[in-house]
Design a protein around this ligand. Structure first.
Ligand code: ATP
Ligand code: MG
Length: 403
């Protein structure tokens, strides 16, 4: 493979809502910087704050595709550009833009300059015009502002300028670690990993909890949960995962609770045990993948009767989503393919032909009277196995040259 003459050596990371945070802005920027450093090691080096964006040096042997996929999932990054740095000098900027255009195949193009450094003598409109004319003259093509084949991005910083033709959209939101911690209940289904991701995108660090029933496919299910955790870890770094053995509790519930109410009781125990774990890790609430009316356990009555067992706030960010919206997001964040593997919807076991759709708290409390709730919850939480799941490392330059 022949390298193009001019290869991007920096990534310019633009953030999303950090700018709205007033006095806290600095804290958000620092957190994003730490997250990017940790998640993109060793491919990105020297992640630095410039005014209004981060600049990171890309290792010369980096796999840009892999880096792109990682940056696309880091909360807080609205968009990013792979670029080449130039001195703060019009001629150098024009030369870089022309060379990058020469390396691209395009008919229509536009130049999009941003001048963070207002000391630079040309404003962004003048830059667009000057660089655009140079490309027309030295490379050719046609200027088109709407949906051109090629966009040449120029960022005028304080120490350098940056020119790039590859700009990608990130997930936006806020950097993980700026909003505290929540415990997310993860089944093997499509919804709960998306719910966890949406809360990460609002700055939350999530601790994952999975309740595991006894079936012959336990190993497959556990691998599935682990794989989901690893994908979610791409957005937040090392991720704590609790696996809670649930068989004993299941059998106690089967013995004491009529079939049509079992699912709800089962979920009430999950929330109780998750509440216990939240206390342990100092999390401020719970996250679930419920979506209103999707299944019988998710009617307004049933949700209320379920969430009533915990004093913590229960965050259900998919509540107003249609299924196809959730599926689309699951595909985008990379959990979909894992979630649709067979096995591991642990609760199908519990689904009776006529599940209750209008349970009340009172009725559920009455059927639970036959169970030693406190002891079962304590035992469940005590049996939780904790592990820390890491995202796959980005390929290192050494590993790549060896392969
Ligand atoms: P999912 O696709 O996430 O399984 P769902 O729409 O199928 O969601 P349910 O299976 O009723 O709905 O579960 C609702 C929510 O309860 C899940 O999104 C998840 O947060 C939690 N949950 C269900 N089963 C488990 C489990 N075995 N371990 C942990 N959490 C669970
Ligand atoms: Mg499910």
């Amino acid at each position: 493979m022949s390298d193009p003459a001019l290869k991007p050596t920096v990534a310019i990371l633009h953030y999303d809502e950090i700018g709205l945070k007033g006095a806290n802005r600095r804290k958000f920027e620092e957190q994003l910087r730490r997250n990017v450093r940790q998640l993109c090691r060793p491919v990105l080096r020297e992640v630095e704050l410039d005014y209004g964006y981060l600049v990171a040096r890309i290792d010369s042997a980096a796999d840009l595709g892999g880096l792109r996929r990682r940056l696309e999932l880091i909360p807080g990054i609205a968009n990013f550009i792979f670029a080449v740095p130039t001195p703060l000098d019009l001629e150098a900027i024009v030369d870089a833009a022309v060379e990058l255009a020469q390396q691209s195949s395009f008919t229509t193009f536009k130049v999009q300059a941003r001048r963070s450094n207002k000391q630079f003598p040309l404003d962004s409109l003048e830059l667009n015009r000057t660089v655009g004319s140079a490309i027309l003259e030295r490379v050719g093509g046609k200027v088109r502002l709407e949906d051109p084949d090629l966009t040449v991005h120029i960022e005028i910083g304080f120490r350098e300028a940056y020119v790039g033709t590859e700009r990608y959209r990130g997930v936006g939101g806020l950097p993980v670690g700026t909003a505290g911690k929540l415990v997310a209940l993860i089944s093997g289904g499509i919804d709960s990993p998306v719910a966890a991701h949406l809360m990460m995108r609002r700055g939350v660090k999530v601790v994952l909890v999975h309740f595991q029933n006894e079936t012959e496919v336990r190993a497959e299910t556990e691998t599935k949960i682990y794989d989901l955790a690893r994908v979610l870890a791409r957005s937040q770094g090392p991720t704590t995962l609790y696996i809670v053995p649930f068989a004993e509790l299941q059998f106690a519930i089967i013995a004491a609770v009529p079939a049509r109410l079992r699912m709800l009781v089962y979920r009430r125990f999950m929330l109780r045990i998750a509440t216990e774990l939240a206390r342990r890790v100092q999390a401020k609430g719970l996250v679930v993948g419920d979506s209103l009316s999707q299944v019988a356990s998710q009617t307004l009555d049933n949700l209320q009767a379920t969430y009533a067992v915990t004093p913590l706030n229960v965050y259900a960010p998919l509540m107003g989503f249609n299924k196809n919206e959730t599926v689309e997001l699951a595909k985008k964040i990379g959990t979909y393919e894992i979630s649709i593997r067979p096995y591991g919807d642990c609760c199908t076991f519990f689904v009776p032909e006529h599940p209750e759709t209008r349970a009340s708290r009172k009725v559920l409390e009455a059927v639970e009277a036959g169970l030693d709730v406190e002891a079962l919850v304590r035992k469940g939480a005590q049996g939780a196995r904790r592990q820390v799941v890491y995202p796959e490392p980005l390929p290192t330059p050494e590993a790549m040259s060896a392969g």
